[in-house]
Design a protein around this ligand. Structure first.
Ligand code: UDP
Ligand code: LCN
Length: 821
């Protein structure tokens, strides 16, 4: 726990702050008087700094204090609760490391407090009697994790697999003969549909296994490298070894040797290598429940965006990797991947009413759609917003489970959930079947909506965050491993907490206090960034691959003079480069922000044209509350800044292949992609654009800040600073005008960044390695994980179920316009 890490450390704030306060006693008393002068309140970081600065008159004193240790503490304080005479600080000196202290505003005494005590302070602002009640519900998952080794360095967060390999090595290396037994048991449990793999029951001790490995290795060393396994399968069986070691003599030799090394003295590197070879995963189930999940005509529909793109690409990459591994293991097994989503009878022209649909460009992967059920047992016909989905999930999990077992003819080997709903269903199923589970968030809503935990009551009717955050807690804690796209998703940056980190200690007053929700130092966290389909998103310079037959359509889309029901506005001067953006028309995507920046910046308008692909053009056609507001805003901005002639607003485009060529056509104009979101969890469009060689400017809030190295492989823009952002873009185009090679330089560096870090091949390798290694890791911590499972089940039945019952079923209350992503 971060509290364990930092709270009692020698250099803890509770220890060092008193001295610092003493040294600036006069000024700090003034500062604390300001803090408490307005009575009870929650102060955020900027306000704390502002009040500190205001309390000091002398310029030199001010500078000294702000730049000194106290200034550092205050700058590192994410928020503080004022309950006069106390001010309680939540200080975050480093990613993931939190310390809580309370300071008396009169005598400036300092006391370290626990996360739970800090949260009680905070609750007092919202629900005092609940805060004071000793028996209010407090959940502390940290209390159940005491025997799990945790990372300690912020820089190691997200490298879970590497550390799990180290922990496994030291655990197994303890007293080899006895501590290796779990590994032998694990190997003995490997099978495909009941057929033993790697070892059979004649190997009943670690010693026997070692001898068999040695004999087999000597034997295969004497064979020509490419001798197929079938030729010596029988010899292997005589030693108690079954298939799965490799397809050739050489591959078998490597795997045998790797395990021998592990058994002799386990080193993390061999451990990792061995688990990347173990034949433990053949069938995978991936849950993505909400939205319209389909392969055509779905993108841009409510709740339907990057998650769908990510999963379809992920499936293709995983299948390819599985096929390669199975072949190398020397097995004749057909892997299966099932993407579970909901079947929507009112499919709006999509295939979301089809039960089983093969995933394009795969051989063995399918989308399986299972309907939600109404209370009287009929199929629910209409789409349901992801915020209102909770009453349907338990039944959905049961119905899906039955179908999956039927289609796969047994249990899957790995279950991966996506987003809150998918992760909850994955948790229910993995606990029931005892299968390894991976979790993917895409976005965590708690982080998107400021103070949505303490203000949950105000938002619950609209968003049902009480259900969502409870479900998130259950899923994150049930899951064996968590896959994230970036470091920032887990632990943010030096300045800002990450999405998962926001769930470390939080409270929903009147409902539940999470003294430890999820700890980002848990080795279950792993970064595996997605890629973009490189057959669709390839560089504009690859002339022979360019889809020139689409050019007339794209020409029409970009440059025709007439407004249609697909686009409005036109580009009078075709010679200018185009800045381009494409996103769902949600507030958080800030497309209207970009239009406004453009409208306000004369220099930018002189240099470039603007093209945006976003949402619908006509508010009367939208059912989505936020989208309606944004559509109206777009029209107003186009009028206000007289943009017609310089802007083209195109409605949402669902054809990925054509979109790929569209990015490239924008690159032909030596333009740029601009992603101006107020917050972006990852940002697939950013890597799509970069894959096409299109120079990219993207928000510094969220994933893109990590994808792009500012000034090298693209540029960061601050969505909260319109002037700076638009000037940065204008300056770039000015510079390119003066030195056209500059554009090429950034474009090339963008591509290089993609090839090094953001490809599906890298992703699939990592994820399958995780599935395999965490599958074993959980057997080493069985008692603890069973205990935790019991705790989680209790939370599910006593808390989640009741909360889900409070969400109106759409069947009883036909849906109004809904909130969007
Ligand atoms: N997209 C699209 N047409 C649109 C808007 C978006 O095809 O009109 C695609 C886009 O190319 C990307 C995905 O939808 O593949 C959006 O993913 P991203 O991660 O950028 O954002 P999300 O919608 O998931 O928040
Ligand atoms: C959801 C989002 O909001 C995006 O930021 C991600 O890129 C997408 O999912 C895929 O993970």
């Amino acid at each position: 726990m971060a509290s364990k890490l930092s709270f009692k450390r020698a250099d803890s704030i509770a220890d060092s702050m008193p001295d610092a306060l003493r040294q600036s006693r006069y000024q700090m008393k003034k500062c604390f008087q300001r803090y408490v002068s307005k009575g009870k309140r929650l102060l955020k970081n900027e306000e704390l700094i502002e009040e500190l600065e205001r309390s000091l008159d002398d310029k030199v004193e001010k500078e000294k204090l702000v730049e000194g240790f106290l200034g550092y503490i205050i700058c590192s304080t994410q928020e503080a609760v004022v309950l006069p005479p106390y001010v309680a600080f939540a200080v975050r000196m480093n990613p993931g490391i939190w310390e809580y202290v309370k300071v008396h505003s009169d005598d400036l005494s300092v006391e370290g407090i626990t996360p739970s005590e800090y949260l009680k302070f905070k609750e007092t602002l919202y629900d005092e009697s609940w805060a004071k009640d000793d028996n209010s519900l407090e959940v502390d998952f940290g209390a159940l994790d005491l025997s799990t080794p945790h990372l300690t360095l912020p820089s190691s967060i997200g490298n879970g697999l590497q550390f799990v390999s180290k922990f496994m090595s030291s655990k197994l290396g303890d007293k080899p003969e006895s501590s290796m037994k779990p590994l032998l048991d694990y190997l003995l449990s490997l099978n495909y549909r009941g057929e033993k793999l790697m070892v059979n029951d004649t190997i009943d001790t670690v010693n026997t296994l070692q001898t068999a490995l040695l004999l087999a290795e000597v034997f295969v060393s004497g064979l020509p490298k490419y001798t197929p396994f079938l030729k010596f399968e029988q010899r292997f069986q005589e030693w108690g070894l079954e298939k799965g070691w490799g397809d050739t003599a050489e591959r078998c030799k490597e795997t045998l040797n790797c395990l021998s090394e592990v058994l002799q003295a386990p080193a993390p590197i061999n451990m990792e290598k061995f688990f990347s070879r173990v034949p433990s995963i053949f069938n995978i189930v991936i849950f993505s429940v909400h939205g319209y999940f389909g392969q055509e005509k779905v993108l841009g529909l409510p709740d339907t965006g990057g998650q769908v793109v990510y999963i379809l690409d992920q499936v293709r990459a995983l299948e390819e990797e599985l096929l390669q591994r199975i072949k190398q293991q020397g097995l004749n097994v057909t892997p299966k991947i099932l993407v579970l989503t909901r079947l929507i009878p009112d499919a709006k022209g999509t295939k979301c009413n089809v039960e089983l649909e093969p995933v394009e460009n795969t051989k063995h992967s399918n989308i399986l759609r299972v309907p939600f059920k109404t209370e009287d047992g009929n199929d629910l016909r209409q789409w349901v917003s992801r915020f209102d989905i909770y009453p349907y999930l338990e039944r959905y999990a049961q119905d899906s489970c039955a179908k999956i077992l039927d289609i796969l003819e047994g249990k899957p080997d790995l279950i991966i959930g996506n987003y809150t709903d998918g992760n909850l269903v994955a948790s229910l199923m993995s606990s029931k079947l005892g299968v390894t589970q991976g979790t993917i968030a895409h976005a965590l809503e708690k982080t998107k909506y400021e103070d949505s935990d303490v203000k949950w009551r105000d938002l619950d009717q609209k968003y049902h965050f009480s259900c969502q955050f409870t479900a998130d807690m259950i899923a994150m804690n049930t899951s064996d491993f968590i896959i994230t796209s970036t470091y920032q998703e887990i632990a943010g940056s030096k300045e800002k907490p990450g999405q998962y980190e926001h769930h470390y200690a939080f409270t929903m007053p009147g409902l539940c206090r999470y003294a430890t929700g999820i700890n980002v130092f848990d080795p279950k966290f792993n970064i595996a960034a997605p890629g973009a389909d490189q057959s669709i998103y390839f560089p504009f310079t690859q002339k022979q691959k360019r889809l020139t037959d689409l050019h007339p359509q794209i020409e029409e889309l970009l440059y025709s003079k007439q407004d249609t029901n697909e686009h409005i506005g036109c580009l009078a001067d075709r010679n200018k480069p185009i800045i381009f953006s494409m996103a769902r028309l949600d507030k958080v995507k800030n497309i209207t922000g970009l239009v406004e920046w453009y409208g306000q910046n004369k220099k930018l308008r002189d240099l470039v044209n603007l093209v945006v692909v976003a949402g619908l053009l006509d508010a009367s056609q939208s059912k989505d509350r936020e989208e309606i507001e944004e559509i109206n805003k777009m029209h107003n901005l186009i009028d206000k800044y007289q943009l017609k002639g310089q802007i083209r607003w195109i409605k949402a485009q669902t054809d990925r292949v054509r979109n790929g060529e569209l990015y490239r056509c924008i690159a032909d104009t030596k333009g740029a992609f601009v992603q101006p979101a107020l917050y972006e969890a990852f940002g697939l469009t950013v890597i799509e654009a970069m894959n096409c060689g299109l120079t990219t400017f993207a928000t510094n809030q969220g994933g893109p800040a990590e994808i792009i190295v500012d000034g090298v492989s693209g540029f960061h823009i601050d969505p909260m600073d319109a002037r700076e952002a638009s000037n940065k873009i204008a300056d770039f185009f000015q510079k390119c005008k003066e030195d056209p090679s500059y554009w090429n330089k950034v474009s090339t560096a963008g591509l290089q960044r993609i090839y090094e870090c953001y490809t599906w091949k890298i992703y699939a390798t990592k994820v399958l390695n995780m599935g395999s290694a965490y599958g074993f890791w959980k057997t080493l911590n069985k008692e603890q994980s069973v205990a935790k499972q019991r705790y989680l089940q209790m939370l599910y039945s006593l808390q989640f179920r009741n909360l889900a019952k409070t969400v109106p079923r759409v069947f009883e209350h036909p849906p109004q316009a809904t909130a969007s992503a």
